[in-house]
Write a protein that binds this ligand. Structure first.
Ligand code: SF4
Length: 466
């Protein structure tokens, strides 16, 4: 593994960031909670930006309220606006819960969200549950915003009563199809569970005549309260695990963190984690799915063997995909996440060591860094979200779109990569992308004509650089 330090010479700016701000993570987590309205305590632009990104990705109407702060707030504070927003929502709608996430502005001016919410509660009756989530967007990323939100949910709601024998699953920011893949595995094992949080319906809903009012699918407040009575928590992420740690500390519920079940080994690991917490029998159907993934990988091997792959996105996703593509016989050449994370670099060390690969690792990198690294190491395919399109075009390599946001293609909510079944889909689609790009219609590899210069270089011994 090598650490590219090409970004150290331009610390003053980030160019094409590969991360989003904390409140976006909060919204992503809250969209999986039933009957809940997220409010961004910030300027109108924040919630508009989030709705815009989420709507063009999921192609669903997204409801995010805003306290619409203006310049005056910087001087007088945001109390009036937050009170007004809470009043408006509670008068016009009847959510079970309102979650208020802070933004750059309100964190910078030091608004006391907890105090304001308490004041509102004291002055009003018959209110929904209102919880504050501190998501200062000038540090960390949407991954930490998601993490803080799940933690805030269990901190405010989890209540000890009767043990249920359920397993809490913290999904992290997954697409609806992948949440469904994970739920399918749990169902196959007959594992009762609570998903934190379940976006599978709200973000991939059927077209109905009703206009959207409150999210009908998702994890209920009752379920979140019940997380204190489960027998264990598994986070499918090494970065979104604070809620698991909280439940372990407060209620003695065993907590396991990661990895994201992408590919053969990580899915095996997930099932192993489930079996260490509960007494689950692995049915034939799951063994068969595993065998089918292996078969798909063997079928695809001759096409993607030793192809170089560059991967960017959220840290757990990039770790998972790096291991998965290495399992497939590909060579991860550049891996990049926007989140600065020691966990990520440690993961990469481990995967590199185990798989005998040495990718350029960019933790806290941007797409500018990544593009420079690709120019040095080369890549045959890029895996990541729509922001990779221009880079792929310039390098004349295909972009395999997965992650968030995907706005230049349809079906982002249905791209599944997790579990054995999602893995099969991923192997097929990734290999077909390579076939489209590097193979002719008869299935033969297109060998590029060598240029005269290359011919000369290949014919005569090359002088060693002095
Ligand atoms: S970075 Fe700050 S201003 Fe921009 S959308 Fe996020 S919270 Fe709002």
């Amino acid at each position: 593994m090598s650490h590219d330090n090409c970004h150290h010479d331009k610390k003053f700016a980030v160019i094409n960031p590969s991360k989003i701000c904390q409140p976006m993570g909060a919204v992503q987590a809250l969209l999986g909670v039933k009957d809940t309205i997220p409010i961004i305590h910030g300027s109108q632009g924040c919630s508009t930006y989030m709705r815009f990104q989420l709507t063009r990705h999921f192609r669903e109407p997204i409801e995010v309220a805003s306290t619409s702060l203006s310049e005056k707030t910087v001087i007088y504070g945001g109390e009036f606006n937050l009170m007004k927003a809470l009043k408006n929502i509670t008068e016009k709608q009847t959510p079970r819960m309102i979650a208020v996430a802070s933004s750059c502005l309100t964190e910078t001016i030091g608004d006391d969200m907890v105090g304001i919410i308490e004041k509102f509660k004291d002055a009003n009756q018959d209110l929904p549950i209102i919880i504050p989530v501190s998501t200062p967007s000038y540090t960390e990323s949407h991954v930490e915003g998601y993490n803080r939100t799940i933690k805030a949910l269990v901190e405010h709601l989890a209540t000890k009563s009767v043990p249920t024998g359920k397993i809490n699953i913290i999904t992290g920011n997954l697409c609806p199809a992948d949440v469904t893949r994970v739920k399918d595995i749990l169902k196959t094992l007959k594992c009762d569970n609570i998903i934190l949080t379940d976006t599978s319906e709200n973000l991939d809903g059927p077209l109905t005549e009703d206009t959207l009012s409150l999210y009908e699918g998702g994890t209920s407040v009752d379920e979140i309260e019940d997380t204190a009575n489960s027998m264990g928590t598994i986070a499918l992420s090494k970065h979104v695990n604070s809620a698991g740690a909280y439940l372990e500390k407060k209620f003695g519920i065993e907590s396991i963190s990661g990895p994201l079940p992408a590919g053969m080994e990580n899915t095996d690991e997930f099932i192993k984690s489930l079996c260490t917490l509960g007494d689950y029998e692995i049915p034939d159907s799951l063994e068969k799915d595993r065998g089918r993934l292996l078969d798909a990988m063997v079928d695809a091997h001759s096409y993607n063997y030793h192809r170089k792959v560059a991967i960017f996105g959220d840290p757990d996703f990039v770790s998972g995909m790096t291991r998965f593509t290495a399992e497939m016989g590909m060579i991860p050449s550049v891996v990049c996440t926007g989140t600065e994370s020691k966990i990520f670099t440690n993961d990469m060390n481990l995967i590199s060591h185990e798989k005998g690969i040495s990718p350029v690792v960019l933790a806290g990198g941007d797409l500018y860094d990544m593009h420079r690294a690709i120019k040095k190491t080369g890549a045959d395919i890029l895996i990541g979200n729509s922001y990779g399109a221009s880079m792929a075009k310039e390098e004349n390599i295909p972009l395999f779109r997965v992650g968030f946001p995907i706005f230049d293609r349809l079906g982002a909510q249905r791209i599944s990569t997790l579990g054995y079944k999602g893995g099969i889909e991923f192997v097929d689609r990734l290999t077909n992308t390579l076939l489209d790009f590097y193979y002719d219609e008869a299935g033969y590899e297109i060998i590029e004509e060598e240029t005269d210069v290359e011919k000369t270089l290949n014919t005569y011994p090359v002088m060693e650089e002095i």
